[in-house]
Ligand binder design. Sequence first.
Ligand code: GTP
Ligand code: MG
Length: 208
Amino acid sequence: MADDDDLIEAGRLLFAGPIDFELGVVDMSSLPGGDLPEVAFAGRSNVGKSSLVNALTGRKKLARSSVEPGRTRELNFFRIGDTLRLVDLPGYGYAKAPKAEIGRWTALTRDYLRGRAPLKRVILLIDARHGLKPHDKDVMDALDTSAVTYQIVLTKADKLKPTELEATASATREAIRKRPAAHPEVIATSAETGLGIEVLRAEIAALA
Ligand code: GTP
Ligand code: MG
């Protein structure tokens, strides 16, 4: 249970230690060694993946974020001491970038998500204002097929009223109930207010 005090403390300690950008990868042959478990952040362009990595690590500029969709164009690996790697992925959907480049990073992201042995969990980000979209469902289908466990995290919760947020969270929980690889818990987060960040740290610490 991620809300146990011990796990919250483990999460706090994990993210209080050294965390560094390790490398950016543009093809499958350049992935780092499989010596550490990996947790990857996936979701539509602009949903807040890089911002969430920054909020978790408490470092505003560790991962580069932008108001323009299509900021992250490589698989960016961040190393948490000798414990695990966080992977900030490029987004899917609309991006402000040349088509050929979008195609390249989309294929790379798909290959990574499908066939990466050290990948312990995908954190699948969904904008709390919009809920699950068809493209998110396609990604969940692929993860279900590859038996890669994923957990839904709602982002930008600060933009909703508490009742609206709870409605999206429960609709999302219901939508994933029968999906084989979906973690049943849905976490609402805000990179702005810090909502849900310590619970997500605890979830990640439990995988280390
Ligand atoms: P790509 O790399 O382009 O796929 O985007 P991304 O998913 O990494 O999104 P990014 O973190 O770059 O954030 C996109 C925009 O959303 C930025 O303008 C962020 O400031 C904003 N944003 C991210 N998280 C939050 C949040 O929790 N609350 C609010 N209000 N804005 C957020
Ligand atoms: Mg990004």
